[in-house]
Design a protein around this ligand. Sequence first.
Ligand SMILES: NC(=O)c1ccc[n+]([C@@H]2O[C@H](COP(=O)([O-])OP(=O)(O)OC[C@H]3O[C@@H](n4cnc5c(N)ncnc54)[C@H](OP(=O)(O)O)[C@@H]3O)[C@@H](O)[C@H]2O)c1
Length: 276
Amino acid sequence: MKDFGGKNITFGILGCGTMGGILFRVIRKAFPDNRVLLYDKNSKKGFILSKKSKLACVSENIHELIKKSTILILAVKPQDFLKIEKVVAEKNKLIVSIMAGVSIKSIARKFKTKKIIRAMPNMASGFSSGVTGWTSTKYVSEKEKDIIKDVFNLMGASYYFASENKINDVTAVSGSGPAYFLYTIICFIKSAIKLGFSKKEALNLVKDTFKGSYVLANKVGFSVKNLENLIKQVSSKGGTTEVALKFFKKKKFEKIWEQSVMSAFKRAVELSKKYN
Ligand SMILES: NC(=O)c1ccc[n+]([C@@H]2O[C@H](COP(=O)([O-])OP(=O)(O)OC[C@H]3O[C@@H](n4cnc5c(N)ncnc54)[C@H](OP(=O)(O)O)[C@@H]3O)[C@@H](O)[C@H]2O)c1
């Protein structure tokens, strides 16, 4: 049994693209004394990352990466994962996948191993503001979970779920979520421009309103009840806010959100079937 608390851990990253690069940065920060092995189809990408740390090096092939790493992180696209030939990993090897839609069963089949963590980060993870929902098989020890939790927490917030089914839900909420908010911001900016503001004025007004709303939400405590009360406080009878909110309700804004999130969930389920 390897010492999972110490320098004996060698991290392996398969795929040195956007997420592989983020994970490399985070691992260097959380475990500065540990070795990191990198492997990408395009060796240049691995070499660029490896130059950033004395303890990082590029593996010659996927077999070497798997053999020499204690914790193997899968950061390739799901369709590329399917093309990888079956490789038998050591029984004790911990495999961490951040691939969307690829089930634990499929990973277990490929590597013939049972120690698997499956996670779904989001696009803000590179700025320590991401959200990662994750789960694991029962073969992963608490110590191993703690190590990986440290990595995820450096990418922002992380939430553990006992059931793998929850990963599709996470994908529909926090996985795709940043794009929902960004789209809402875009709609808001466009509305302000339609009112007659210049692009710059609209951007500034919306940006700072967004910032202030987040501060307000945290100030009152992040719960539906508190947020509803806050809205009630700021919308006086017959006032502008009330009129706008009534219009949102008339157009069934809540239903639109519900159905959009549901469609993302259904797509996550479809993709899971495709990749398994
Ligand atoms: N980006 C996100 O915001 C995000 C969020 C949550 C989860 N994810 C998941 O994270 C994973 C990686 O996403 P990404 O955005 O980082 O993708 P990416 O930027 O395309 O990185 C993947 C890298 O893996 C390389 N690769 C392909 N096949 C390989 C193989 N057989 N062996 C070694 N390397 C190989 C790719 O090379 P080529 O480019 O030459 O093919 C590419 O450099 C995906 O499964 C995705 O579902 C991403």
